[in-house]
Design a protein around this ligand. Structure first.
Ligand code: FMN
Length: 337
């Protein structure tokens, strides 16, 4: 499939944009383990306008990243157009517009999924951004605002008509937040619409290679996007690709292999953060997710979450690798949270 002239191959696997997760260190690992397309976390158009230093850092693109999107969000069309131009200057491969974030502080203020309640404005915003930048522009959204209002098929057509070049759909409504199950049959309805020509990417609840295959088959989408399922499991991309190619499941990694990856992410983080403590804080939400299914792991988990010095963290990781030298992590009871 293609976004404009950008060739992304057959059934590309996208790392989803995630606030405070899809920064450099995590993107690096996902890329290493086979994610085909990257995204930054969402970036506020207002923050771009105010030229905030942290925001500029979020827009930094690294050599390993490409192809990558910078995702932006906001409620004001003019500010979004300005933000898209600034984002384009950071040289991503394309710009993605967030029309899906359900959080009150975002959607409640008319950004993200808030635009699902004002579709003419959503379409106008997309149109103005497409006109303003030379890069392809894509959009990511949900099925609709709530169960009684799921206009995603119509939204897809209208976004395509104003020049959006790819549409990613998270198969939930805004009201659902992250509850219930993603409805891949609704995503399939958009894909099956004979008027749709642009690629449709499906997103929601992919937590294993088998689910990836089942959702792809059910919906007929052109690519798959994975968010929570990749946290603590960046090799999920490799595992899915292997399953698609061979029909076989790879075994989960040995604990010492996981430890090596955690260290790699940590060092990547240190290389980009002004000081190691910031990297350790950043890693906390990941530590917890890297070691599922290990017996008597609780004391290690607590120690990892309390450690503040790099040396301490490395010692704990080494102790984990020794204690569980021949064991594999276990994903059988994984719940996406
Ligand atoms: C911690 C976290 C942060 C997120 N941040 C963003 C974001 O910045 N932009 C966005 O479009 N979606 C964001 N999402 C939504 C995900 O991209 C994705 O649509 C959703 O999690 C469903 O996919 P999954 O079931 O694979 O997790 C976020 C989700 C999580 C869990």
């Amino acid at each position: 499939m293609k976004i404009g002239h950008l060739e992304l191959g057959n059934m590309p696997l996208f790392l989803a944009p995630m606030e405070d997760v899809t920064y450099k260190s995590f993107r690096y690992l996902c890329k290493k383990f086979g994610a085909d397309v990257m995204s930054t976390e969402f970036i506020s158009a207002d923050a771009i306008k105010r030229e905030m230093e942290a925001t500029k850092r979020k827009m930094t693109i690294f050599d390993f990243d490409s192809p990558i999107a910078i995702q932006i969000y906001g409620s004001d069309i003019e500010a979004m157009v300005g933000a898209a131009k600034v984002a384009a200057a950071a040289k991503p491969d394309y710009i993605d517009i967030n029309f899906g974030c359900p959080m009150k502080k975002i959607a409640g203020k008319g950004s993200g999924a808030g635009l699902l309640r004002d579709i003419p404005k959503m379409i106008k915003m997309a149109e103005e951004i497409v006109k303003a930048v030379d890069l392809p522009v894509t959009a990511k959204t949900r099925l609709g605002w709530d169960h009684s209002d799921m206009p995603i098929v119509e939204i897809g057509e209208r976004l395509q008509d104003v020049g959006i070049q790819m549409l990613t759909i998270h198969g939930r409504t805004r009201s659902q937040l992250y509850t219930g199950e993603a409805d891949w049959s609704m995503i399939g309805k958009v894909k099956a619409n004979p008027r749709m020509k642009i690629p449709i990417i499906g997103n929601g609840d992919i937590s294993s290679p088998e689910k990836a295959k089942a959702f792809a088959d059910l919906s007929g989408v052109d690519g798959l996007m994975i968010a929570r399922g990749a946290i603590g499991r960046p090799w999920i991309f490799r595992d899915i690709r292997h399953y698609f190619n061979t029909g076989e499941l790879l075994p989960p990694p040995l604990v010492p292999e996981v430890v090596e990856s955690v260290k790699e992410q940590l060092y990547q983080s240190i290389s980009w953060k002004p000081e190691p403590r910031g990297a350790i804080l950043e890693m906390r939400r990941h530590f917890n997710r890297y070691f599922p299914g290990l017996l008597d792991f609780r004391s290690f988990r607590i120690a990892l979450l309390q450690a503040v010095e790099l040396e301490e963290v490395l010692q704990i990781l080494d102790a984990i690798a020794i204690q569980y030298a021949s064991e594999r992590v276990n994903y059988t009871n994984i719940d996406l949270k």
